[in-house]
Every structure is written in C-alpha cells, then in structure tokens.
Ligand binder design. Structure first.
Ligand SMILES: Cc1ncc(C[n+]2csc(CCOP(=O)(O)OP(=O)(O)O)c2C)c(N)n1
Length: 387
C-alpha cells in the first residue's frame, strides 16, 4: 500500500522540523501542499535548491531545525552549500530528495544519469540516506535521521522514490496565484550622492557605528574576513563558502527569529550569482531583513576580475521583486545619511541598500582563528541566548 504523505509531514513535525524550504518535484507535491497549508511549519518556496539548503541552515543557526526539499535533478544545484556550508560548518539540514530515474524503475530518459548517480553522490559527501519504501515506518525513519543530525551535527537525507506516496488529502486546496496584484516598483529607490567613493573598510566601519548590535551574515571572501577583522563578535556570521547564499541564510534566520533585525552584507559578484534570492526574499517579505550590497564592480577576493555589476540596478531589481524599499548610495560623505535611512526603514523590510565602493583593499586580512563549526556554534548560541 502506498505511503500517506500526511504521515511523513506529521513525522517531520514530531521530529522537530520547524521550517521547510524547497523546490518542487511532482513526487513531493503532496508534502509541499501539506507544508504550505500548515501553520505549524514555515514553508519557503526557494528559487534554487542551494537556496533551500542555505535557508534551512539559517533556520538551524537561529535555534530551529530546517529541511530542504528537492528533486534529485536539483542535487547539483545544492552541492555547493552542502559541501561548503552544511558539512564544514556542521549545520544539520534534513534533505528530502525525490528519486527520479531510479535504476530499474520506469521514468523519463533524461532522469536516468542523475537517478543512477544519486546514492553515490550522497556517499561521496558522507551523507547517510534512508530510502522510503511502502513498508517504511515513517516516524522511525525521520526520527532516526534527525537523531543522527543532532548527534553528529551533519546533514542526513530521506530519499523518496517514485510511486511510494499515494494522493494526499490536500491536493485540491492550494490557493490560486494572485498575479493581478503585481505592480512594478522599479523606479522608486532613494538616492544618496556625494563626490568620491568610500572603501569597503569605510562602509563597514560606518555600518558598525550605526548598527552596533546587529545580527549579520556576511558574504564569501574579503567581506567576511574584513568584518571579522574590524569586530569579531559571535552575533556576526562571517560566512565563507556557499557563495551567493548569505541572503538565503539570513532569510532562514528572519523566519525563525521574526523579532530580531537581521543584516546581510553582500557583494556584487555574490548577489549576481544568486539573484533569485531577491525574488524569494521579496515574496516572503521578512520585515526584519536589511540587505546591504557593497559593490566594487569586481570579484575582489579572487584578484579583482570585473563583474557585470555596472549594468545592474540592484535597488531597482529588489523593488521589482517585492522589497519594501531600496536605496543607492554613491559617495563617501553620504554613507551616514544612507545608514540613517536604513535604520529608519528597519522593521519595515525587506530593504536593500546598494553602496558603491572603490577598489581600495585593507591589507593583511587574516582568516578567522575559529573553525567553521566553532563559528556556527557560537553564532547559534548568541542568537538563541538573547532571543
Ligand atoms: C561557488 C563559488 N564560485 C566561486 C568562488 C570563488 N570566489 C570566492 S570569493 C569570490 C568573489 C566574490 O565577489 P564579490 O561578491 O563581488 O565580493 P568581493 O570579493 O568583490 O568583495 C569568488 C569568485 C567560490 N568561493 N564559490
């Protein structure tokens, strides 16, 4: 007899899963409908599978427990945050992955290569898997995976083959998308301008003065090194790895801690890599998110190669995606005014502040002394103690 997706959903709730972020697969449709309809779990429709893993990681960092749901076709999109965030930072994330193209089972031809590779991919990264079959005890499977995750502080995966789930009760209940309410807001950003651009150091120094108590996630590369060198506090998460997914981690924090103001310190290269996060954040619209983009027009951390950011109006894109307000700051002596604006808008987010900087770099930025796992632990403790 087929498994009931509602029972899997209940097993997830019973094991303490508080949030799910995912990209759909038809095999997981009923589980998603359960999650969307439930008030007991927070469901985030992610733009890409790596964003789902990163948002679920953010949920754990904020003291909760998150699951990332995806089709195995999207495993490739999830590998980077799995390999460079969840595993090295020891952030448990429950992966719920459908299994298209399972060897020996009938499926569309384009699913077979990934279907064959799927168990091996998890093995490569040392992620234990449980394949759900029709006779699986769902409570035991989910509990087992979650206990392992808590004990080992590692991700674990539930693999869902085609056909094991019957039709759930919620299939007809999803509300229709409300396309008629869309309104383009691309031209409403605020501008702060003055001669001469600041350096990243000047931006971060001003940011620390304006937001001395902020919780923050900073992006891969020099940004995280520089924040940590200016002020190393546990409520900053100087992320390395998972390039482009600092906003997704912050989204997970925002959903779990809706009363805390959460800042993202992003780079132009990183944001361009994962622009879909603007759409996800715009739709979820966390009021407590402040997204600061420090734009030097380059990938400074890898030697200063040019990005395509001069063509990109990040504030306009953010507004068009549903951010509540956005501003552009071009000028060293406009920084204070821009951060005062951000402070005045905080609580009415998501907001984005796009700051142009020149290419001056601080010298001798060291990597943090702590291991990634120690940084993640300290961050989680700082957030949960004060929440
Ligand atoms: C997925 C991935 N691709 C590439 C890299 C290498 N990398 C690390 S930092 C970085 C540049 C980031 O550029 P940006 O976000 O503009 O910040 P900046 O270095 O200019 O401060 C790159 C390409 C990486 N770590 N991960």
């Amino acid at each position: 007899m087929a498994l009931d997706p509602e029972l899997l959903f209940k097993a997830l709730l019973g094991a303490g899963v508080k949030g799910i972020a995912g990209v759909p697969c038809s095999i997981l449709n009923h589980l998603i409908l359960e999650a969307e309809a439930s008030t007991e779990v927070d469901y985030v429709a992610a733009s890409v599978e790596g964003e789902a893993v990163s948002a679920a990681a953010g949920m754990w960092l904020a003291g909760g427990l998150g699951a990332a749901l995806m089709q195995n076709s999207g495993l490739g999109n999830a590998v980077n945050p799995l390999a460079s965030l969840s595993i090295p930072y020891e952030i448990p994330v429950l992966l719920i992955v459908s299994w298209r193209g399972e060897p020996g089972a009938k499926d569309a031809v384009h699913h077979y290569p990934m279907g064959e590779a799927t168990p091996g991919l998890f093995d490569l990264f040392g992620v234990p898997t449980t394949v759900l079959r029709e006779d699986t005890d769902l409570d035991a499977a989910v509990q087992g995976a979650v206990e392992y995750m808590h004990k080992e502080r590692k991700p674990a995966a539930l693999i869902v083959p085609r056909g094991v789930f019957g039709k759930g009760a919620k299939a007809e209940e999803r509300p229709a998308p409300v396309l008629a309410t869309r309104s383009p807001r691309g031209s409403e950003s605020t501008h702060f301008a003055s001669p001469g651009l600041p350096s990243r150091t000047e931006v971060l120094t001003a940011w620390l003065q304006h937001f001395p108590e902020a919780l923050a996630v900073s992006t891969t590369g020099y940004m995280s090194r520089e924040v940590a060198s200016l002020e190393r506090v546990d409520r900053h998460f100087p992320m390395q790895g998972s390039m482009g997914f600092a906003p997704a981690i912050a989204l997970g924090l925002c959903r779990t801690l809706p009363d805390r103001s959460v800042h993202v310190l992003d780079g132009d290269g990183a944001l361009i890599m994962r622009m879909g996060s603007l759409a996800t954040i715009g739709a979820v619209a966390p009021k407590n998110l402040i997204h600061v983009v420090v734009d030097n027009g380059t990938y400074a951390s890898t030697g200063g190669q040019l990005t395509v950011s001069p063509q990109v109006d990040f504030a306009g894109v953010a507004l068009a995606c549903g951010y509540r307000s956005a501003a552009v700051c071009q000028g060293a002596s406009s920084l204070d005014e821009a951060f005062r604006w951000a402070a005045s808008e905080s609580g009415e987010g998501p907001i984005l502040l796009h700051i142009s900087v020149d290419e001056r770099e601080a010298s001798g930025l060291e990597r943090p002394d702590l291991t990634p796992a120690e940084i993640a632990s300290a961050f989680r403790t700082a957030l949960t103690e004060k929440a």
